[in-house]
Design a protein around this ligand. Structure first.
Ligand code: AMP
Ligand code: GLY
Length: 432
């Protein structure tokens, strides 16, 4: 159980995911104060924000000690991969997020594929390469489509699905020769293409004990009907019935349990979020990728699905005492519609003033991502994904209706969004 006495929390990050985590902390009876580093325009309206270089564990530790935080929640992957949790825990500061050893599951696709193969967890066949000539020889013998991935962190952009051999060769040259992702392309994974529908599985993990949050679906393409360029995610909803009870059973037995067992067997004491991206294929669920943090925008739809205080869950995971049987989930569905800046996912406009509704209906909230608060209090655009409208309803249909009623009340030059978030599930719900 969580220790008594209220706590001061520091949230690391600046996206919609971290704004959703801030809202959780502001509602939590466990929390006396909450700070954010570095934060965004929306977070600045609700909490004190501090500038910090999240990639530097020493700078983060210094800030934690300055604000006297009792508990730290790490949002994004870079501080995790760089050992921020290791540094904080060594200084005796309780932190939610895996140590660097566990964060390798996201930081190195080569490591994560080796882990999956070693523990016989269903995933796409793959080979890892360090030399362009070897990669080219290999890819010329494969059938298309094929998937080419920069092994290191590439902010979600290091994956190319090549439909032809020419595209595959071009992707390999870009990563391994032109180094478009820098050192992240020194090692490249070439992977079998898996056919199916994707789902995001968010686990809150404490060793072999875990909570599986409702399965969600992201919408990665910029255009309606999943067309156009890839983005960080234009919207999400949960739960999704792409994960049927049978898929869920196989997911738990064939993927989750062997993964947590494998981590333990490999000497990794994993505590934090484990995001398992799966493809629901004709032969069952298979792992597309691991991330070691909440998805963005999945986090924004999952936090409202928890009836139990998420802060209490995170604290008990950090302490190693978590029991999933104590957690209660809410019924209904949640959706987020992301509003993006002009030009996104290419070169974006910045600095456009954002007009926000002064009042929101019950069950609707606005979560900021790429926004900045000016000294005169105005909020302007400052990133590709600007903000999201989150709505909870008894059904997905109701949540969709609520969200899209508010979306047009948010105005800024160049704003664009998808009008079809949740469409696959709406079709399934209607039996189409
Ligand atoms: P990743 O960064 O590994 O999640 O890849 C980004 C996206 O590329 C995934 O969300 C999938 O949509 C797609 N993708 C990655 N690997 C595969 C694969 N082996 N087969 C089909 N699609 C894939
Ligand atoms: N929404 C996908 C991700 O957070 O990686």
């Amino acid at each position: 159980m969580a220790p008594k006495g209220k706590i001061k929390v520091l949230i690391l990050g600046s996206g919609g995911r971290e704004h959703a985590l801030l809202k959780v902390c502001l509602r939590s009876p466990r929390v006396s104060d909450v700070f954010v580093a570095p934060g965004n325009g929306g977070m600045a309206m609700e909490a004190k924000c501090y500038p910090v270089d999240l990639s530097k564990p020493a700078s983060v530790l210094d800030l934690v000690q300055r604000v006297e935080a009792d508990f730290v929640i790490v949002g994004p992957e870079v501080p995790l991969a760089n050992g921020v949790v290791d540094a904080l825990e060594a200084a005796g500061i309780s932190t939610y997020g895996p140590l660097a050893a566990g964060a390798r599951l996201e930081a190195s696709k080569a490591f994560s594929k080796d882990f999956l193969f070693k523990h016989k967890i269903p995933t796409a066949a793959a080979e890892t390469f360090h030399r362009l000539s070897d990669a080219l020889d290999y890819v010329r013998k494969q059938s298309m489509p094929i998937v080419i991935k920069a092994s290191g962190l590439a902010a979600g952009k290091g994956v190319v699905i090549a439909l032809t051999l020419a595209e595959a060769e071009e992707a390999l040259r870009a990563m391994m020769e032109a180094k478009v992702f820098g050192a992240s392309g020194d090692e490249v994974v070439i992977e079998e293409f898996m056919q199916g529908e994707e789902a995001s599985i968010m686990l809150m993990v404490c060793g072999e004990e875990y909570l599986m949050l409702p399965a969600s679906q992201d919408h990665k393409r910029v255009g309606e009907g999943d067309t156009g360029l890839n983005t960080g995610g234009m919207g999400a909803y949960a739960p999704t019935t792409v994960v049927t009870p049978e898929v869920e059973r196989r997911l738990r037995d064939e993927i989750i349990v062997p993964t947590l067992r494998g981590l333990k067997a490999d000497g990794i004491d994993y505590r934090g979020t484990l995001y398992v991206g799966i493809m629901v294929t004709a032969t069952g669920p298979r792992v597309v990728e691991f991330n070691v943090r909440f998805g963005d925008p999945e986090c924004q739809v999952l936090m409202p699905m928890l009836e139990t205080d998420p802060v209490e869950i995170m604290e008990s995971i950090a302490a190693g005492t978590f029991r999933s049987s104590s957690v209660k989930l809410r019924s209904g569905s949640t959706i987020i519609v992301v509003l993006a800046a002009g030009g996104y996912p290419g070169d974006i406009r910045k600095g456009d003033v954002i007009e926000l509704p002064t009042q929101l209906p019950e069950g609707v909230d606005i979560v900021h991502s790429g926004t900045q608060r000016l000294s005169d209090g105005r909020i302007v655009t400052a990133g590709g994904r600007v903000l999201g409208v989150v709505a909870h309803g008894a059904t997905l249909k109701e949540a969709v209706k609520k969200a899209y009623a508010v979306v047009p009340q948010v105005r800024f030059e160049g704003c664009h969004y998808r009008r079809d978030i949740g469409y696959r599930q709406l079709r399934r719900d209607e039996g189409v």
